[in-house]
Design a protein around this ligand. Sequence first.
Ligand code: F6R
Length: 626
Amino acid sequence: MCGIVGYVGNRPALSIVLDGLRRLEYRGYDSAGVAIVGDDALLTEKKAGKLANLEKALTEGPDTGIAAGTTGIGHTRWATHGGPTDRNAHPHVSQDGRVAVIHNGIIENFARLRAELEALGIEFRSDTDTEVAAHLLALELDVVRTEGGQGAQALAEALRRVSRRLEGAFTLLAVDTAIPGAVAGARRNSPLVVGRGVGENYLASDVSAFIEHTREAVELGQDQVVLITPEGIEITGFDGTPVEGRPFHIDWDASAAEKGGYDYFMLKEIAEQPQAVADTLLGRLTETGEIVLDEVRLTEQDLRDVDKIFIVACGTAYHSGLVAKYAIEHWTRIPCEVETASEFRYRDPVLDRSTLVIAISQSGETMDTLMALRHAKEQKARVLAICNTNGSTIPRESDAVLYTHGGPEVAVASTKAFLTQLVACYLIGLHLAQVRGIKYADEVGAVVGQLQEMPDKLRTVLESMEPVRKLARDLASAQQVLFIGRHVGYPVALEGALKLKELAYMHAEGFAAGELKHGPIALIDQGTPVVCIVPSPAGRGVLHDKIVSNIQEVRARGARTIVIAEEGDEAVVPYADELIRVPRTPTLLAPLVTTIPLQVLSCEIASSRGHDVDQPRNLAKSVTVE
Ligand code: F6R
């Protein structure tokens, strides 16, 4: 939620900040704004709506000299306090016009602070919680200067004092007209990373904002203030104690954050899935079928002691956890529960030292998941993160992490993150099974080989998507689409429905196929499209037969059945109005292949309906509020 960029160096800041915002726009697109420190002047521009509106205003407005300043900050907003208007857009500027602040998060005690500032005669110009930080910072800067503080250090000290007064979640970046060549940042419960350049430095919500300029980054911890100048990076705690940030190298290619000839990031990310899966497997499977998970910093004894697993996650990541439950319980025989992270801590789950909590998050910043993991740690459970974003909060606060190597996911709707999360879950399940001694040793050994075949199978699926695109154009005017599945096909049904809701703004629901007859079957009318995810007839044949019966039930009530079934499954043919074939895949791994047609379907339906596929309404990529 909200993207933040700061730059200080010797080059004009405006274009660097705007480029950074373009890469962060997926985090929020209700409004955008910049503040550049010019010649003893603060130049700001901000506009409601997407970044393009801001860029237009900057091009068409009078030449203020804004393009020349070499210190700047920029913001792209997902609105919380105050509607998405020009006046609520960031930056917010202090009453004396000297200090500009941008913010990601929620300042929970803002009402009290606002009342205090109003009593001092300060007039507020927005409905945001952020504006209090701008006014407080200007006041604190005056105090610090009276006490002898000077230059950039005064800005950092004033920001520390302000940060100590704020409650809630915040990343703040601030500049002061009187201090060109410095940007100060503060971080509590919201993301902020530092990019280290040569004669220039960067701050941003995530590394994609500065990846084209530098691959060297520094991770910030909780409750820290950072000061960047062209010459250096200084990090302290909110109390002023110097801190060493953890440096890390970004191995993503800058071009990975570009559309690369595709109409949408989502299409590109769907196409990248075979490689993302291959990269996530890379180096983790030995020739003898062993699973090697270096980043899992839990000892084998820790893993042997686990007697219960909870998976916590949100949205698409939660769906990957639902699939993982089937695989982990089957391979390890350890009871495994999956919960939406936003509900987890409120029901007081039973956790102790022998509980393993697996937190799944693409961004590593989802506040609901972060809060669930903190709760788990308070109860002494061990936490293992599955995450795609190096340097983010969730892996940093976990006992162990397994990174998915999906590369940057820019489209708001998650695609390659889902598939790589599935792979990471399979790897953890297999690793646990191997470490603990297993019931289905042969099966586990075979799965290792099957996983290695997945990138090629995914390529085959992607090559056969033309009929799905055609079908999508046909379904674009449907009122609703239902999805049914059994076993691991059930979470795939949920994922298919989620994609369609968020992208096409259509009514879509996913059901466990056996549940339909307990109520939802009443939704089916003449011609209602029902997407049926059919498991392999091999292996768990009984599941297959049951869903074939369910398909007949919906068809008898007038449904138009769209059946996703593997090559060679002839039993479904008489009941399929549309048939989408996927390669033969063992049941537990089948979600990797059956999800792709659903991603393509929702993407194409959304674009046929004229929606912005990469930036669906009301959403943001990284959800850093609870
Ligand atoms: C849906 C989607 C969301 C995310 C969810 C969790 O397409 O992208 O449902 O999966 O917000 O995000 P992460 O994985 O970053 O924790």
